[in-house]
Design a protein around this ligand. Sequence first.
Ligand code: 5GP
Ligand code: ZN
Length: 110
Amino acid sequence: MSDCIFCKIVDGNIPAKKVYEDNDMIAFHDIRPAAKVHILIIPKLHISSLLEVNDSHQELLGKMMAKVPVLAKELGLNDGFKTNINTGLAGGQEVFHLHVHVYGGGPASN
Ligand code: 5GP
Ligand code: ZN
């Protein structure tokens, strides 16, 4: 079984406050929100970081990015929001399963 905490969330083995799910991705609230609204959008496929992304992931990443404004608006972030992908140890990544942070509703503390 995978040691990856986000794979466990995908598999339902760790609970998360989900805001969206389809065949390719899930989105859920960050457990330690750094802003009033702070969600993470992750692929169901385990990709450890943006460093591992290749051409075969183009469609998946496109779908994830296209979902960002949809979810942001659903969460009331109509005036804008901040997105962030931490990549690798040097990029401050802590969970090595690719994820897009979406922050809004007030200043992000990162
Ligand atoms: P990173 O630094 O890797 O870009 O960010 C990882 C994020 O995942 C952090 O903001 C952290 O709060 C969040 N996180 C870590 N473990 C869990 C968890 O078990 N559940 C949820 N919902 N978020 C988590
Ligand atoms: Zn994973």
